[in-house]
Design a protein around this ligand. Structure first.
Ligand code: SF4
Length: 244
């Protein structure tokens, strides 16, 4: 569980509810296919406890949080506590059959998609691009839902970031934010080969500034202390925009 604080004091708790995942992204060390889901009783107890404090939102993540058998009930429970409910997902389990329930149970969803089809499928070790794109289309249905996009920036996609973000923004105008995250070298699952060089960080910054300059809502989830010296990108998160 992590606490995210931003200048405007909007407080969002990130709550992992399972580390199981149906994908195997090459930049991720946060998945397995054997761990137990956190028990719903324990999750409700945590939500009860969190709701006693000055907190605005709880966001579920994993692994893939939609694999948790009580995913929807947990979202509804958060809302019953008068908190905003959100999730971070690869989108592959969102479909026409469950979209209404998702929109009823959650206020926000951040979907991870990492580039055009070939690049996304290569980074996620899957053929999931079309399903993930479909989930964005379904969540884009209403502007009342806070829809965000998470992109993990690696050597394989840093050169197409601007084009890809413009493609998504033109196609899905209800997207509220694009969050650029970075792959972390965990020394185990994540290959050093995909990590950015200094020049690639500069390319990332250039595209970020260009997108910002034409009014595209981009944010950087990369803590500024981790960026090479001389780059001036502020660390921030989507919480600034996720207001009641
Ligand atoms: S979808 Fe998310 S949790 Fe699953 S492997 Fe990819 S980055 Fe990791």
């Amino acid at each position: 569980m992590s606490l995210v604080l931003e200048q405007n004091k909007f407080i969002n708790i990130l709550l992992p509810i399972t580390y199981r995942c149906n994908l195997r992204c090459i930049f991720c060390s946060q998945y397995d296919n054997y761990g137990e889901h956190t028990s719903v009783k324990e999750i409700f107890r945590l939500i009860d406890s969190i709701s006693l404090h000055k907190v605005d939102a709880i966001t579920l993540y994993g692994g893939e949080p939609m694999l948790h058998p009580y995913f929807f009930e947990i979202g509804q429970y958060i809302k019953k506590k008068n908190l905003k409910s959100g999730f971070i997902s690869n989108g592959t389990l969102i479909n026409e059959a469950n979209i209404d329930l998702i929109l009823q149970s959650f206020d926000a969803g951040i979907i991870s998609i990492h580039g055009f089809e070939v690049i996304h499928n290569s980074l996620t070790n899957s053929q999931s691009f079309q399903r993930t794109l479909k989930s964005i289309e379904l969540l884009n249905f209403t502007e009342d839902f806070y829809l965000g996009i998470n992109i993990t920036v690696t050597k394989k996609n840093v050169h197409i970031l601007k084009d890809f973000i413009l493609y998504l923004y033109n196609k899905f105008p209800n997207i509220k934010t694009f969050i650029l995250n970075r792959a972390v070298n965990d020394g185990i699952k994540v290959s050093k080969e995909i990590l950015l060089t200094l020049d690639e960080y500069k390319l990332l910054e250039k595209q970020f500034r260009e997108l910002e300059g034409i009014g595209i809502p981009v944010e950087i989830g990369i803590p500024s202390k981790e960026l090479p010296n001389g780059l001036n990108i502020q660390a921030c998160s989507w919480n600034n925009h996720f207001k009641p």
